[in-house]
Design a protein around this ligand. Structure first.
Ligand code: PNW
Length: 457
């Protein structure tokens, strides 16, 4: 494997780091509204200021450069570009991302841009019911084209959506993410419109003749059969199809996995032949956001059973899959199991199912609870996590021949961790949210060395 073809990177998302929620003409988004709703976020935290990256991006570019990465994955805030979601363009928003992109390129860092990391313009939620309505997919295509025109002369690596599973399941199935809805029907409708939105944007990107690639960042935890019985193997396979396949099969094959049609029936919307053609082959690469692994079985596991809402996303009855964990597996402060071999198996599963389509690990990392900078910088747990997960990635790449093109650590610095507010710290850099001081942790230096070592090999 030619090392030059591999991107070591680090990732963030607009809403989690930028702050400046009312600055320079930005419109409100659904996470602004959700976090200002009492009771939704731990400690009543909001992302009004977050890491104030909007004003401190130059300092942050320096920290990215010193880390030694060649790629930086960030997202664009839709309502900074189009405050009402469609129509009038906010030039100040365009200017901000131009400064960021030019600053990165000047340091030789390739921007990997996510168009949508959950921060839907509030107007589209209020007036159109957001992702429940196909009109939001059309608005997304308009927004994507504004971005391609503004940045497409310099940005070549695009992702339409981040973790559509979360938008569908956590946002519309369990109600724990914005817009906070609970239903067993809406997740499938929302997913359908997200898929079509991807298709419309990818078509516009290709027809526009822009240089570069367009893909998607889907999340998936690995599912290992609890036993080698045929029924547990089927359970694990189906669970992966319900998780990664749901949002990837349509973009590669033009339709949802057959098992989903069988189990979900008419609650799963259908693509017309024309829509299927639009979607088929619409991703130049796949992204994988990967955080944990569970065992899957067909029969309920009483002991160590993992609650359905912690993994099956409330779609448990549709899946007929039971999850469990090995009590010996360490956990992060989010309660997520540390199972490095799950990444290698997950990458092999993707390689096989999608016939070697290029894949990037667009997120992987862990939370460590510690608000005291003096001790938080000694995050050897995180350094070890990254070392072990990337070792599995390298085995997938170098020994199994998986077409994996990059790894982006989540995340550059501690930031607004959605429903968990500032309580959960995922950063390689400690962020003091009172002073905005950034202090690199041990994991920052460990990741720096790991990259140097891999490049020297
Ligand atoms: C991802 N789950 O979120 C997101 O892409 C990031 O913005 C986020 O900060 C990071 O992972 C850490 O949480 C997830 O419940 C949120 O399974 C929830 C889940 C998975 C991913």
């Amino acid at each position: 494997m030619n090392q030059k073809d591999f991107t070591w990177g680090v990732a963030t998302a607009a809403h989690q780091i930028e702050g400046a929620w009312l600055a320079d003409g930005k419109g409100l988004n659904i996470w602004d509204a959700f976090s200002h709703t009492p009771g939704k976020i731990t400690n009543g935290d909001t992302a009004d200021v977050a890491c104030d990256h909007y004003h401190r991006y130059q300092e942050d570019i320096e920290l990215i450069e010193q880390l030694g990465v060649s790629g930086y994955r960030f997202s664009i805030s839709w309502s900074r570009i189009l405050p009402q979601g469609r129509g009038e363009v906010n030039q100040a928003g365009i200017d901000f991302y131009n400064r960021l992109i030019d600053g990165l390129l000047a340091k030789g860092i390739t921007p990997f841009v996510t168009l949508y990391h959950w921060d839907l313009p509030l107007t589209l939620q209020l007036e159109d019911d957001g992702w429940l309505n196909y009109s939001t997919a059309e608005a997304f295509a308009e927004y994507a084209q504004v971005c391609f025109r503004a940045f497409g002369d310099r940005v070549t690596q695009w992702m339409t959506f981040n973790e559509s599973w979360c938008t569908a399941v956590l946002g519309h199935g369990m109600g724990v993410f914005a817009p906070g809805r609970s239903s067993v029907t809406e997740p499938y409708l929302v997913a359908h419109n997200l898929m079509l939105a991807h298709g419309l944007a990818a078509k516009a990107f290709r027809e526009g003749g822009y240089a570069g690639q367009i893909g998607i960042a889907n999340n998936c935890d690995f599912r290992e059969p609890l036993t080698d019985s045929a029924e547990d193997q089927a359970a694990a396979q189906e669970a992966l199809e319900f998780f990664y396949g749901w949002f990837t099969d349509p973009l590669v094959f033009g339709d949802y996995p057959a098992i989903m049609r069988e189990r979900v029936g008419d609650r799963l919307p259908r693509f017309t032949a024309e829509q299927s053609d639009l979607l088929k082959g619409s991703a130049d690469f796949l992204g994988l956001n990967h955080y944990t692994t569970h065992y899957a079985s067909r029969r309920p596991v009483d002991e160590n059973g993992v609650a359905a809402e912690n993994g099956n996303g409330g779609m448990d009855t549709d899946q007929c899959v039971h999850l469990s964990a090995d009590p010996k597996w360490p956990t992060t402060s989010m309660g997520w199991y540390v199972v490095p071999w799950g990444l290698r198996k997950m990458l092999n599963w993707i390689e096989q199912r999608y016939n070697g389509l290029p894949v990037y690990v667009t997120e992987n990392g862990c939370s460590v609870a510690d608000n005291d900078p003096a001790s938080a910088v000694g995050d050897h747990f995180r350094a070890d996590f990254i070392e072990r997960y990337t070792a599995e990635l390298k085995q997938a790449r170098d020994e199994d021949g998986v077409n994996v093109k990059g790894y982006f650590c989540w995340t550059l610095m501690d930031n607004f961790e959605w429903t968990r507010g500032y309580d959960m710290r995922f950063g390689l850099i400690f962020c003091d949210f009172n002073t905005q001081e950034r202090i690199p942790k041990a994991s920052y230096h460990a990741y720096q060395k790991l990259i140097e070592r891999d490049l020297a090999q």
